[in-house]
Design a binder for this molecule. Sequence first.
Ligand code: SF4
Ligand code: SF4
Length: 326
Amino acid sequence: MSTQTVRGAGLEQRSVNRDGFGPSGPSLRIRVRFHGRGGQGVKTAGRILGTGAFLSGYHCQDFPVYGAERRGAPVASFARIGNRPIDERGVISEPDLILVADATLLDDPAAGVLAGNEAASALFLNGNPDAPLPDLGNRLHLIRWDLTGAAIGRLGRAGALSAGLGAAAARFVGIVAEEQLVEAIRSEFTHLGLSTGEVDANVAFGLDVFRALPTVSFRDVAETEEGLGDSVVPMIPADPLAGGPNVISPGNATLRDTGAWRLERPVIDRDRCTRCGLCLIRCPDGAISWDEEGLPVIDEQHCKGCLICRQICPIHGIGLEEEARP
Ligand code: SF4
Ligand code: SF4
């Protein structure tokens, strides 16, 4: 996760220059969520947007969420941009803008592409603009564009979408100028160790996309100063299927009694639990789910006792008991 004053060595933040949204103007907060498949570059796309916003004088966060899956598995990343310090943490459940690197993810309920879209103003879908789509209603501003075709044209690769996806997001939010976008792409790809030629090609790809797409009007992102003035941190429990690993079908998990590996067992203090969901997201075995009361419950058959949940719990609400052995 990155924040405004520590954004990488050598990057200098400029002052906000957008009319009406300077440090003394109305508060601005935009929440962006990227969806893609492992290897398409949604993490770097989020970084490019965050760095571009930072260089334009805004506060920013960006971070991905993915499990142990391999190339092709659903991956998401997130970015928050504001002209005030951002207190919010955690995954973005109600984005203002959703960008999807692969429209086939709409058919994958585990990807959660449309989760919380009721709050979104716009949905960007990479893919054939004429391909049939499921019913998305008419509330979302839908932008369909062949980003993959543009990537093949510039880079000769269908899967390298990050510069284009980050540029699209930067264009839609309308607060990042070309100069800052180029600097952001250079910074991110140089950091990743790409050659000068590869960096230049990605800059060209990003500029192609940035110049071809429009900005987007967001609903309700200019909030009152009072509305953002407190330090309440909304931690909305995320759908575990949208990010973390989960045992959703029998497979061989029913045959592997990994709970038998446990030397110590985690014990959740249900009276103190704030339902933040961090234990659920971080459990490497997907052994925690919500019960009917909306509280985390541990699958004793599959909890192997690593105690990562205990380490991650922000209120220290998970104790431990020595496992009783026969
Ligand atoms: S101890 Fe490890 S495996 Fe068990 S619930 Fe906690 S994080 Fe999951
Ligand atoms: S991390 Fe702690 S507070 Fe958060 S849901 Fe789990 S037990 Fe509750």
